[in-house]
Write a protein that binds this ligand. Structure first.
Ligand SMILES: Cc1cc2nc3c(=O)[nH]c(=O)nc-3n(C[C@H](O)[C@H](O)[C@H](O)COP(=O)(O)OP(=O)(O)OC[C@H]3O[C@@H](n4cnc5c(N)ncnc54)[C@H](O)[C@@H]3O)c2cc1C
Length: 467
């Protein structure tokens, strides 16, 4: 396989405008690193593309030489799909242009952008693109999988705000997809991940917003049950201006945390109010009444501040493992199970993340995009986060054990961006009634399954045995 990557190198080096990095060369070690420290691989060649024609050349060569190929934007795939051993990595990190049209409230976003690149550019015009909550996450992987964040209830998923995609498909041609052109592909790209080609540009809708109200508070273990019951009931009636996320975890041992809660199991609530600050009262008050009073804070924050607040909590290079699912309703027994689980968390950074979708995201019909189920509003992500390889077993088995306990109460389905690399058998579950259409689009645009390092949809003529 190393020979194959050498051949790709030889075929690219004359016309390639970006950087070609091979093992041992300057810059290679940094370039091969992705966010999840569990996924350390040694690609034979990293092709850091300067433009669309570089992407075309890389695909053409890799396909001709049948070399495994990973595509990377921000490298935040929890499953580690944006790298590979011995094969080629098409790295888009030099393609981070964002062009904003303030009048039209539209932006063109290049395929290598991080969320932070988009936020910085759009905020100059007082506009936002709804995306995720950590600014060093790659925009392409996030948008193609769906994209949830603080503004999902107000403005919809990230993919709901894409009007047009430009991509390079497996035959290395440039293809556009929007509501008029290649409609099936447009449908599939909104939730279908990296299955169909390398997206080099997204044309997205923007919305006016520069600041929000942020309320935070911690609830001690004994009161978590009451908090979750309150959350379940309040969110069912809440306006789309309210986003209330809850993390069940061990409280950090820092000055900002009341002494009696430090290092103890807590529920950490973060509430965002995007509407008129005067009308926020009843919702925030109700939530914060369930928190320890000396842990509560309410403040106005700029959108850029909000978007970078969690950056340091998820550093590159730590070890991460995840499993996730949806609930249509949060039953008392599910709440009991969560409350019991928080007392057994194996690492100080590991957490059970709970979010409530609904709002604008739920107003899009299930068959309008490939994105998974929008009717089950409770989304849960079990995210283990630790640093020492000797703790791999304890963390992974805790996540798997808890997931198995909770699974019977879940609605079938999974958000592909919150999946680990050992969950390929759940990919059909992610698309359930949309699966046949996904396979048809995959078969049309990538019949040989060239783009397979993703939550993979097998095209019709390829069988699992020879993929
Ligand atoms: C710290 C952190 C915070 C997160 N927060 C959120 C959040 O708030 N909301 C949310 O919805 N998700 C969130 N996620 C999950 C995130 O959406 C996925 O990890 C996503 O895949 C990251 O995208 P990326 O471009 O960084 O990934 P990469 O690892 O670069 O790629 C991920 C997948 O997308 C494919 N891909 C990448 N770029 C392209 C492209 N241009 N064209 C075609 N395919 C491409 C890759 O081949 C791979 O299969 C978070 C993840 C992390 C690690």
């Amino acid at each position: 396989m190393l020979e194959a990557s050498e051949e790709v190198y030889s075929s690219l080096r004359r016309q390639f405008k970006g950087d070609l990095l091979r093992p041992g060369e300057y810059g290679y070690e940094d370039a091969r690193t992705i966010w999840n420290g569990m996924c350390v691989r040694t690609p034979g060649l990293i092709a850091r593309c300067a433009d669309v024609s570089d992407v075309q050349s890389a695909i053409r060569s890799a396909r001709a030489l049948r070399i495994p190929t990973a595509v990377r934007c921000g490298g935040h795939s929890l499953a580690g799909f944006s790298t590979c051993d011995h094969g080629l990595v098409i790295d888009l990190s030099r393609m981070r242009q964002v062009t904003v049209d303030p009048e039209a409230r539209r932006a063109r976003v290049a395929g290598g952008c991080l969320l932070g690149s988009i936020d910085t550019a759009t905020q100059k015009a007082g506009l936002v693109f709804p995306s995720g909550v950590v600014s060093h996450t790659g925009a392409s992987g996030l948008i193609l999988g769906g994209g949830t964040g603080w503004l999902t209830r107000r403005f919809g998923l990230s993919c709901d705000n894409v009007e047009r995609f430009t991509l390079v498909t497996a035959d290395s041609s440039i293809v556009h997809a929007d509501s008029k052109e290649n409609q099936d592909l447009y449908w599939a790209l909104r939730g279908g991940g990296g299955n169909f080609g390398v997206v080099t540009e997204f044309e997205v809708r923007l919305h006016p917003l520069t600041a929000v109200v942020l309320a935070e508070g911690l609830t001690p273990q004994t009161d978590i049950r009451g908090l979750l019951e309150c959350w379940r009931d309040v969110m069912a009636e809440a306006p789309h201006d309210l986003k209330w996320n809850i993390d069940l975890r061990l409280a950090p041992d820092t000055e900002r945390v009341p002494v009696d809660l430090r290092g103890r199991p807590v529920a950490s609530s973060s509430l965002i109010w995007t509407g008129d600050p005067e009308t926020r009262g009843p919702y925030l008050q109700c939530a914060l009444s369930k928190c320890s009073p000396d842990s509560v804070s309410i403040r106005n924050v700029s959108f850029l501040n909000l978007q970078t607040m969690a950056d340091s909590a998820f550093p590159h290079g730590r070890r991460y493992y995840t499993k996730s699912g949806y609930f249509t309703r949060l039953s008392d027994s599910t709440i009991d199970c969560l409350v019991e689980a928080v007392a057994t968390i194996p690492s100080s950074e590991t957490q059970i993340e709970l979010a409530y979708l609904g709002g604008a995201a739920a107003r899009i019909a299930a068959n309008e995009t490939a994105f998974g189920d929008r009717s089950a509003p409770f989304i849960m992500n079990l995210l283990a986060n630790w640093s020492d390889a000797s703790a791999d077993g304890a963390n992974i088995s805790w996540i798997r054990g808890l997931f198995d306990k909770l699974r019977p109460a879940m609605k079938p389905g999974v958000y592909i961006n919150f999946m680990s690399g050992d969950e390929q058998e759940r990919v059909p579950e992610a698309y359930h009634e949309r699966w046949d259409r996904m396979v048809a689009v995959k078969t049309q645009y990538d019949p040989d399954n060239f783009f397979r390092l993703n939550q993979n949809v097998l095209p019709r003529k390829v069988t699992a045995g020879n993929s």
